[in-house]
Design a protein around this ligand. Sequence first.
Ligand SMILES: O=C(O)C(=O)CO
Length: 364
Amino acid sequence: MWCSRAAVRRLQRVAVAPLTVSAMHKTMSTVSRVYVTRQIPPEGLEILRKSGQVQFELWNSDDPVPREELLKKVKGVDGLLCVLTEKIDAELLDAAGPNLKVLSTMSVGFDHLSQPELKKSELNFVCVCFLRGIRVGYTPEVLTDAVAELTVALLLTTSRRLIEATHEAKTGGWGTWRTLWLCGYELANSTVGILGLGRIGIAIAERLKPFKVKKFIYTDVAPRPELAEIIQAEYVSMDELAKQSDFLAVCCALTPETQGICNHNLFSKMKNTAIFINTSRGGVVNQEDLYEALSTGQIAGAGLDVTTPEPLPTNHPLFTLKNCVILPHIASASYTTRNAMSALAANNLLAGLRGEPMPKELKL
Ligand SMILES: O=C(O)C(=O)CO
């Protein structure tokens, strides 16, 4: 990354600023051992390096750290900075041991974390309460724009059949202009349904509105009037969401309650002309039921940025369908957003290790 001379001078002033004796003592006495499970974008690494607060080891690769290696590397660390591919469960927390007090995930999703294990307390053999009490930071908000933008792109790609169209153009299928060839479905005058209304659902709706959407509807565990008001969305039941939506966007977190919630029951109530979009987590969808709905024409198309498993094996039946667009989990993949996620994850970790409130702390 290039900095202006003035910026470099500012950084140098900060880097060499004299420390008071007490600040120096505090800094020296609180250097924490941290493991970073992936080569994260540079902004976060810079923050960790410049903090003087942590001594960190990094799995210096773009691919996930092998589990065996991870279990060895976490031993005795005070903090862990991970990404969404790492399963943070009892095995890992036991391997880390009692020093581990802060976990920072570079993701808004936290279904890869075992929350009960992180906050666990239990009685040991002398009846003393054993408390893991690990604090957790995550990265909401900074990725909302990127995810909403990608969701709109995926929706339009699916509904206007762009992948099929470029394929036909490239491979000689483009004989002439034909009246109904490669027709799709348009947003103008449509009803858009949102499953799980939060920041991302709102951001998607705000972007879709200029396409002349007629109505937004949503469902959630309960009505969210203060959010719904922003996009004038109507709260409906899950059944009504399925029946009324021309476009259905899944925006809910993956929890035990939402696991497999998009299944035959939902798809069978949807319109034959409906487009289903999922940029949340693959686990909310029953993929066998989705395959059936797409291959029988129960619904018109699906755009998925997330699947189970990830990566989805290249021989998976969903890849055989022309009306299914599958992306490799790239909703937050813009340079700006990934750097912002990396920076927030680093700042969460450092604040947690100082015993201060994290910029974005997950309430366990
Ligand atoms: O942050 C997350 O949870 C993601 O899925 C990244 O796109």
